[in-house]
Structure formats: C-alpha cells, structure tokens
Design a protein around this ligand. Sequence first.
Ligand code: ADP
Ligand code: ZN
Length: 434
Amino acid sequence: MEFWNKDMETIGSGRLESHTVTHLKATVGRALRAPFYRKLLGDSGLSEASVTRPTDIDKFPFIDKDDLRKHEPADFLSVPMKQVVRMHSSSGTTGRPVVVFHTKYDIDQWTDLLARCLFMTGFRDTDVFQNMMGYGLFTGGLGFHYGAERVGALVIPAGAGNSKRQIMLMKQYSTTAVHIIPSYALHLASIFAEEGVDPRRDTKLARAYVGAEPHSEESRKKIEEFYGVDAFNSYGLSEMCGPGVAFECPEKNGMHIWEDRYLVEVIDPKTLTAVEPGVEGELVLTTLDRQAMPIIRYRTRDRVRLLADPCPCGRTHRRISRITGRTDDMLIIKGVNIFPVQVERVLMRTDGVGNNFLIDLDTVDHIDRMTVRVEGDSALFAADGGAARALEKRIVADLKSELLITPRVTVVPAGTLPAGEGKAVRVVDSRPKQ
Ligand code: ADP
Ligand code: ZN
C-alpha cells in the first residue's frame, strides 16, 4: 500500500490526540483575532487556555450556516486582508452563498489534502484527469484541479456541462479519471448512448470521483457499470475549504475523514450531544489548520454515521458513512420523514428505470401527495404502454416498502425531465407553507 503522507495517514491515536490539542489551541488563538469569534468566545471567557485535551471542544459554542450568512465574511477573518489570496463561496443550494477566504498557506494545505485523497485511490502522475465540475467560485473545480496537478497528472479543466465536448475530450486525450457530479454522470450516460460511444470500449476511463450531492450505493453501481470505472465518493463543503474533507479509499467502505485537519463530532441535532459511533447524527467540524478563517464547531447539517472500526487499508482516520442528506433535505410527508436519496436508492436498482427522476409534492384536500416522475427506457413506450404501467406498479410497491407511504409514480420517456449540470434538484414542493 502506498501513501501520499504515510506519517499522517497512519497516525496512532496517542499522537493524533496531542496533534489535535496543539492545533485546536492554535485555532482558538487565531479565531480570537476575528471580530466574530472575539465576541462569541470572549463573552464566555474561552481562550487557548481552555484547551488541554480534545474533548475540551465541548466547552465551545456551535455555529451554523446562518451565523456565517448573517455576518460579513470579513468578521471571520483572522489575518489582515492583505494575506488573503483567494475567495470561494458555497453553491447556495439552501440560501445565500457563504464566502470563504484563504491565505496562500490555506490553499497549499487544501491542495495537499486533495492530492492525498486522489493518491489514496491509486491516482498517479501518469493519469489524465478531466475535471467536469464548475470552475469559479464553486470549490469542486479549482480544489480538485490543484490536487490533481500536485500529484503530477495531466489536468483537463473541462468545467461543467457541454456534454458532447466532454465525450470528445475523453476520447481524444485518453482521459483516465474524471471528477463529476453523480446526477450529471447518470445524465451524461444518455448522451454517450445518443452519440453511439461506449465508454468501456471507446475510452480509457478507470476512475470517477463523485460527490457534491447525496447519492446512493445503487447510483454508484450504475455509474461504475456504465463507465467501467471505480467510482469513489468524495465529500466536502466550502466552509471547510471544499472537497477533500472525507474521501473513500479502495475499500469503498465509507469515507476517511481527515482527522489531522478537522476535528470531527457527530451530534444529535435536538439534544446537541454526541451520538454513539454508528448512530446517525449531524456532522460537526472544526478546522485544525486554517489561517484565514478558522471555524470552530460548525454544524454542517449533513446527516452521517461515524464508522470507528479499523479499515483494512491501514489508514487510521475514522470514516463516515454515505450522507443521507442535509437535515433540511428531509421531507415530512403525511407525518413520515423521508430523504430524497431513499427514493433514488429504490429507483436506481430497478431494471427499466433510466437515469433521472423528480419528486413533486402538493396537497389535495389538505392531504400531502407525493408524485414521483421517473425516466424509463425507450422500449417501455414501444407498444401500448402496458410495460410502462407494469413498471410503475412495481415501483409504487417498492417505494411503499422503503418509505412506508404510497406515492404516485409516472414513468416518462428518457430526456423529458429537467437535467442540470450542477447539483440535481430532486424535489419540487408546491405544498402551502405552514
Ligand atoms: P452548498 O452548501 O450551498 O451546496 P457547497 O458547494 O459547499 O455549498 O456544498 C457542500 C454540501 O454539499 C455539503 O454540506 C453536503 O450537503 C453536500 N455534499 C458534498 N459532498 C457530498 C457527498 N459526497 N455526498 C452527499 N452530499 C455531499
Ligand atoms: Zn481505508
């Protein structure tokens, strides 16, 4: 097994503990230079001296996206603006985008972390890497770009969209690895089919890095089968630099979350106390080595399970499960809690189902109604539509046993539902606001 940074990737628990204390202290010290934290921590008398062991994190207040949105980004700055070399922002999936500033050191550390992630999967300087994520403010573009360059690969900064050109680039420059949003990877599969290009036969693709949105194991399998690749789940958020926070190793049994760079907690979002390992809760992160904008106890809203059992790859950093969704992705339909990824899981394992779907929610006579529109293979629509009706019935039954409510299901021809280049919009909720 080769490592990018063996010392850090296989760090023992004792050394990780002292590393965490040193870096948490430094983070608190730096944070106190930022107006937001000077007030927040100062009011409760918290300082570097408050940290003597990792569990002292419990003394610190949580912050969330609203705190970042309510204040000016400069209020979080711990260094003079002169030292800031880059800004990024979140995608704004759930509201006003959050701006994050970086020093040269921050960019360097983030780049190194992505190189670590990529190298872990077998990515090397001989790879040709096509980055199909939006460049610009979105962190998925430049973040991976610099990481792949640091490993020494040839990087094609293709950006998002322009599907035919993506396929042309893959063929012409023998792309071996791609970074792609999973819903877009599924959409792109239909463009491959239209173009008569078979990725297994006509390209050299071997690896795909998929992330930035919740997706199921079933979607990963579909992507792996269609493209003939190993697909690795990649997790990150702009507030914590971007991608590189957690990443799958070749075992594909959860994502190693880099504990030398982030202090990890998983809490019950109601009681705000830690849940047991293996129990789903909200991921809370603290940056351990960021200069421009240190962030303490950030509630990500992302729902995960922490997997503490050792990984056969030899890396000691704990792992997180696939992300079920954000707390605010949770739909309450007829009193039942549902995550869109549960619907995706059922659809993507069903034969005859295509690559796209949409959940519509409305109310009829004050009762919630859920309608799932899903694209189906063209063969289904050939004769009298009987095959499509049969598929709809099967999906209704499968969704009912997964979700415990009975949705309506309509199978529609491929290419008829809206498909974006960025994070997929899976739900249209037209129910009156409470
Ligand atoms: P925004 O929060 O506006 O979407 P970001 O682009 O920073 O902005 O996205 C980060 C969020 O994307 C994460 O908090 C998480 O909800 C989601 N995300 C990122 N990677 C994954 C992944 N591999 N699986 C599921 N969700 C992910
Ligand atoms: Zn591993």
